[in-house]
Design a protein around this ligand. Structure first.
Ligand SMILES: Nc1ncnc2c1ncn2[C@@H]1O[C@H](COP(=O)(O)OP(=O)(O)OP(=O)(O)O)[C@@H](O)[C@H]1O
Length: 519
């Protein structure tokens, strides 16, 4: 392992009121960490101390520096200044593999599974890569992999290909893979982002159990209530600086956390939903897969219809099918009476169907292209004149959207990789909202990974789109988002829509319906 001393001194944290634990209990520490990318300061001065057996929440607005801090701690990149200590000794991991071997295991929001391998092969991929493809795992190792699936409540065939799993299932599998390792520090980046109420609760229990068994957990989340339920300590970053450092949750109110993140207390007013008009979308007998239950529903212009279900219940497949993003086994999807061709996303976009896919890395973003290039990808045809791109129209159309969504930094020409996760999500949303003749907007987890302020802006944009006559299908695991924005809520089971609830139902009612629908 590489050991590098970047700064012998580091800041004196001994006086921090909240940190009264002896230094030896801190398994991982970052002191005065900074990271610059050219002229961009991703992290300016961050302190964090991770304690054995405790859950440490890491919070901050989009772009505040959370992922950068974690990347430094796990050896994914090197600090420009500052010190990292492992068990009280200055230490830098040479790369992430070295960190994992030492029991510091990151689980990113951006999933790192191998889609063409099976569930079991993914669970054991570290062993396979160390010992070669022809190595046969021992029965004990296979049992360990199966028990990780069981523990996390992921009921899938270990021989199934990962490409056949939905986003939420893949998210659970990624965490199960970490459970197969002997973790000392587990880093979870938005682990419940794609999980619905009961699935998220189970994951919370698993994480609490891990902490009880002595694992230190770094838990990144924008969900303040979730943090209050689960975490022992919290560190808040603001513009690359740690403004709350390891404060006990018991002494920290939600208002204090939000104030530290955004600089003021933030309240979200209930949105008034627009009036609905004529039927815009009609779905009948839809079966995305042969084994799916058939779904029939409609959406009116101006209407926001919520779609939800437990992991694997089928909501993700239904939304993808409606957006022309996957083949279907049977059924009809009509937009204003005209058939939407299954599995043809380009044709669907041309007929006015915008789509924010669930996994922005796998199916959404074009790496290497700018934020502007990514946003304008599906409108190029309408922006082109005689085969040439009208660059001025492209810029002005998306500048308005980037402004409304407060893209940070407001620099549309920067490559998409240099934006934080939440800001990449805003670019994807701008792509759909910028479609020239948008008739139907299909949204999957539109606020996944975005902070509380940006979430409200995105909600405004959704309600405004409905108000201007668009039909909206909103698939989200965030029950508060679902119930506050939907006119009606469709609950899935066995691959199809099985129940309908009125909008503004309580999150508890929806959670109950999801569980009941799955019986
Ligand atoms: N490779 C890079 N090149 C240039 N700038 C970068 C790079 N990675 C991150 N940044 C910038 O550093 C800042 C911090 O980004 P980071 O991803 O750490 O934020 P974050 O708090 O994790 O945000 P989010 O909640 O949106 O995931 C952002 O302004 C981002 O644009």
């Amino acid at each position: 392992m590489t050991v590098t001393h970047l700064s012998a001194a580091g800041p004196d944290l001994s006086g921090a009121a909240s940190m009264h634990v002896p230094a030896s209990t801190f398994v991982l520490e970052g002191r005065a960490l900074a990271k610059h990318y050219g002229s961009t300061t991703a992290l300016e001065r961050a302190n964090i101390r991770i304690e054995r057996g405790k859950i440490h929440a890491l919070m901050g607005e989009n772009g505040a520096g959370k992922s950068t801090l974690v990347k430094l701690l796990v050896g994914a990149t090197t600090p420009s200044a500052g010190t990292i200590l492992l068990n009280g000794e200055p230490h830098l991991f040479g790369d992430v593999a070295e960190a994992i071997a030492a029991g510091v295991v990151p689980v990113y929001q951006h999933l790192t599974l191998f889609p063409n391998l099976s569930v079991l092969e993914n669970l054991l991929c570290f062993e396979i890569s160390a010992r070669g493809t022809f190595w046969n795992p021992s029965p004990a190792l296979i049992a360990k992999a199966r028990s990780a699936l069981e523990r996390i409540g992921l009921h899938v065939d270990p021989a199934a290909s990962v490409s056949s799993l939905g986003l939420a299932e893949r998210q659970l599998l990624e965490i199960a893979r970490a459970l197969c390792r002997d973790c000392r520090v587990l880093v979870l980046d938005e682990p419940t982002a794609a999980l619905n109420g009961p699935d998220a609760e189970r994951l919370e229990q698993v994480v609490k159990g891990l902490a009880r068994s002595g694992v230190a957990v770094i838990y990144i989340s924008h969900k303040t209530e979730e943090i209050r339920r689960i975490a022992d300590h919290v560190t808040v970053l603001r513009d690359g600086v740690s403004v709350i450092e390891g404060q006990p949750l018991a002494e920290t109110s939600v208002d204090e956390m939000v104030d530290a993140m955004v600089g003021h207390v933030f309240s979200v007013a209930e949105k008034e939903l627009p009036k609905t008009r004529d039927i815009r979308l009609e779905v009948s007998g839809l079966k995305p897969e042969a084994r799916s239950a058939a779904s029939s529903f409609s959406i009116r212009a101006g209407e926001i219809v919520g779609l939800t279900g437990l992991v694997g219940a089928g909501a993700e497949n239904i939304s993808a099918a409606v957006a022309g993003a996957r083949d279907i086994h049977a059924g009809d999807i009509l937009l204003e009476g005209r058939a939407v061709k299954a599995g043809d996303r380009v044709a669907a976009a041309q007929s006015g169907i915008g789509y924010v896919p669930p996994d922005r890395h796998a199916e959404g973003l074009f790496p290497g292209s700018s934020a502007l290039g990514n946003a304008s990808a599906s409108v190029l045809r309408s922006l082109s004149r005689f085969g040439f791109l009208d660059a001025r129209s492209e810029r002005s159309r998306f500048d308005i959207l980037f402004e409304a969504l407060r893209l940070k930094p407001h620099a549309p020409d920067l490559p998409i990789e240099s934006f934080s996760g939440g800001n990449q999500q805003k670019v994807l949303l701008a792509r759909s909202l910028g479609l020239p003749d948008l008739r139907l907007l299909v949204l999957n987890e539109p606020t996944r990974g975005v902070d509380v302020g940006a979430r409200d802006l995105i909600h405004d944009a959704i309600v405004e789109a409905a108000g201007s006559g668009k039909a909206i299908l909103l698939m989200t695991a965030d029950l508060e988002e679902l119930t506050s924005l939907s006119h009606r809520i469709l609950v899935c089971r066995s691959g199809g829509v099985q129940a309908e609830l009125p909008g503004r139902s309580s999150p508890e009612t929806v959670a109950r319906a999801m569980v009941e629908a799955s019986r």
